[in-house]
Design a protein around this ligand. Sequence first.
Ligand code: TRP
Length: 440
Amino acid sequence: MSSKRAEFGSRLGVIAATVGSAVGLGNIWRFPYEAGTGGGAAFLLIYIVFVFVLGVPTICAEFSLGRFSRQGMPGAYSKTSGSRRWDFLGYASILAALMILAFYSVVAGWTLEYIIESVKSMFGDVDIADRHGAFTAFTGSWTAVVWTIVFLIINGLVMLGGVQKGIERVCNVLMPILFLILLAFSVNSLLMPGARQGLEFLFKPDFSALNAGVILSAMGQAFFSLSIGMGCMVTYASYFKDDTPLVRTSIEIAALDTLVAVMAGVIIFPAVFSFGMSPAEGPTLVFEVLPAIFHQMTGGPFWSLLFFVLLALASLTSIISVSEIVVTFLCDTLGWRRVKATVVLTLFTLVAATLCSLSFGPLRDLDLFNAFDFISSNILMPLCGLGVCVFVGWRMKRPEYEAQMRGRSRVPAWLFDTITFCLRYIAPVGILSVFIAGLM
Ligand code: TRP
């Protein structure tokens, strides 16, 4: 404990890093296809309720835990409770982080291939006759593995820079670019002939598509998209300054993250309808349907390049945050140096991600990709999310929690009370019942 713990330098940096964590493939790749298969507006509506009723209180809980203890996972639990009884939640979070890193970096790697493809198509013809075949062949190939490795190396380099000079600096540059690209796309999309139909799909609810499975996916999506239930926000908050306002920051994250998801919908659905495609394509929506659309669009290669750059940037700022969970653990709990932690994590992830990537080719039967996605998003995340709500709501000393939440910022009493009520009662009951209903 001789050297001082790192800190984020500015509040803008905090927002850039936490929103950078939240905004990722989850918003731009996963949200549109989940909404597409879950009935559009009906899904969106439930999703927003989950974000504010379960999400904001859970972010607040993670923030309080992280800044109070100034530890990542699982140290935040043992330091705050004075016992090791809760540590298992911390270890479960680290396991979830490792799994997410493995499959997330595969998809992130795909975006690099699509960037190169877009550039190539500016200069000549790219064969687009068989989109599905090309996508299947690519994802199952070693080329995909190479791109995943490239992505992980970039991630490792940012991590080596540390919290302030690596993560914060990169997010401060990338996040404004990301919002600018989103804005340009939204305008372009609203000018399309199918804009009306696309917007109706996204904003006019059809509740007949709803069932327990869709509701579980909406909750899983809210947790995944907000980066909660895995200690990510605990880890980042352990680097916050004492005067960073936790409640305000958590509401800003929720609002901006939802805004980006909605914008992704506004970008994608009008295009889907304009070009007579189906919104319910599933996971291939962004990688098969969109490229086909770009091909028919005026200025297609340009938009295509812009889109996949957007996706790559969003993935990078998210992968960084998942890596930080593990790096902070290795440094805090095992006392490693940052360089060693980053190198070991990168090597480990290279292997795990390669195995995931090959799930689309030679290792199809093992299918680690979907197994990791399912276990982390549908099982570990709800359980760890439940754990953090119960811990902070019921076990953490009330004055300690209140000092973090209200400390040096002015939070109106009604807001604090509402969030605390949601944290103690609504979130645990909600998470548990949706989790059980969804599994059945
Ligand atoms: N929120 C990111 C997305 O929407 C994914 C992510 C980053 C994440 N860090 C996380 C999910 C931590 C859960 C926990 O793409």
